[in-house]
Design a protein around this ligand. Sequence first.
Ligand code: GLA
Length: 691
Amino acid sequence: MNRSTPWPALPGIAFGGDYNPEQWPRDVWREDVALMREAGVNLVSIGIFSWALIETSEGVFDFSWLDEIIDLLHENGVAVDLGTPTASPPAWFFAAHPEARVVNRDGVVMGFGSRGMASPSSPAYREAIARIADALAARYADHPAVVLWHVHNEYGVPVGEDHSPQSAAAFRVWLQERYGDLDALNAAWGTAFWGQHYTDWRHVGTPAAAPSTVNPAQKLDFARFTDHQLRECFIIEREAIRAHAPQPITTNMMANQSWTTDLWAWGDEMDLVSDDHYLWAADPEAHIGLAIAADLTRSVGRGAPWMLMEHSTSAVNWQPRNIAKTPGEMARNAFSHLGRGADGILFFQWRAGRSGAEKFHSAMLPHAGTRSRVWREVVDLGEKLGRLGELRGSTVRADVAMLWDFESFWAQDLDWRPSCDVDHRDLVRRYYERLWRDGLTVDFVLPGDDLSAYPLVVAPAQYLLTAADAANLDEYVARGGTLLVSFFSAVVDEHDAVHPGGFLAPLHEALGVRVEEHLPLREGETAALRWQHDGPAIELPADVWQEDLDPIGAEVIARYAEGPAAGGAAITRNAHGAGTGWYVSTRLDAAALRPVLDAVYADAGLRATGMPEGVELVTRESAEADYLIAVNHTAEPVEIPVAGEELLTGTACTGTLALAAGGVAVVRAVPARAVRARETSRPDGAALSVP
Ligand code: GLA
């Protein structure tokens, strides 16, 4: 896609949120725009759920209120990110096209009164979305307020899979295109198992509810098909808009919080990648999950600046316990996103809604009004972001690549795995957390990507690995890279069939180790291992999983001290060509991973920053300058070694920056690279530095 499109036509960092004027009378609109100016809001997303108020019956449009609000926003200096309202078709649409309703895997037809109820395979729905997108684009393409198009809302949420008759018919067409004939389908799905052999395409259906678990290859293909159907709907709308409008087009994803869409493929279709992110309140360190989401968003946009389309000023309303953000937490969240490449910081939503399902969701303007902490923090954030216009367009410098492959995650999430305790989300988080604590910035990548720019590639959970992707990883190591692979990886191919030669077979040469048997542990069971590498032996706690390993060339760096594999190899290191392949066959937490990763960093020529854990430092680079974005998630003040100008306060730092507990800072660092390379110390005295 055209990533060179300058977006949005705004000075500086975009700041604002979803705005729903249709829920309010006109006098509130006037108050809204006045308060937007006070808060420094320069962009709002409108129209996202307004289909019923724009197309009042099929083909009959009422643009009057939209004309009015877009003009009002424009007069007040607020640009518009115009939504297409296709995530919530009107009641008249479902009355006319009941077949467009989604059917879940249990055969239940999803009714009206919520949102996201339409089948992405429905011809009537596809016709209707093209019509409304076309009508909106034809009317507003030339409006000077409109700087961005916001297609739909969070594809795949709440509805992804659809088991309706029209979905089944489309699934058959998709399969015919993929496999050509039934022999190929039968082979790919392994239908000789449990007598599932097909002799007629008409007998092939969606993996709906069945007496026992459904064919995993069929389910995996259905996940691919679902993603494909949703993406086709996006493309229909995008093309309808593009026929009229020059502005960039995006759709708001849910990076690591939705698993229905293969965001790599979606990133390729958008002019600008955007993301919605909400903290998981039960996680005391939810800011690490936030960093994963931000890095993933940037990565699927292949490094281009992106937009945070939604986050919350305080609590959400849809978790079991909706915890309010603490003072300063909203700004820390916003600056983490900014540091990881966001050029726009937007919220759901501008004004808290009085009615409907989301009335307990926080907003920029809360129910309490402007005499509130949240409002004061919003105004302060707007003021701070207003000083950072020069960051726009700068890109993030990453140190390490981590594999993130939706197809593999979909496959791993299928039924009947060796242990319910093995979760790819958890494994990614553990490895990511170690890197985050060590101050190393992560780019997510696909296993088939060109990895040559990265000194280290981490594969926390690559259950599905195609032979071609394995060859790519093998070559990466042979040419001098350092690869770290965690257990239950390279188990199956693209059809969820175990690799010939056994688990891990396609990585045997890179890793120098075979996996004879998976040895999952019982619930709550722990089994330590003994690590010895460049120093005295230490015990590391581990749980969930062991493997019976057969080293075929790799050096054994740690052995199991306990458990079913006691005495056997637990962690191995293999010289392969000019590089090194590490294999970790059990689950370690971020603390236990520390000595392991320090050894891996040494092979890769990397070092941790040495900042106290919890101080987030990320660098964005432009042709003119390096920008160091610092976020202190700890309750202690810290000193950061950096020289340059702190842009939020306008003060010069000559070597160190004092960052308050919970504080944020942005330094135009000169010359940042040299300063970051300075030797610093961890609290335990180990000498560390960034290369
Ligand atoms: C999502 C949706 C919004 C809103 C928020 C609430 O991100 O896109 O419309 O429902 O969640 O957190």
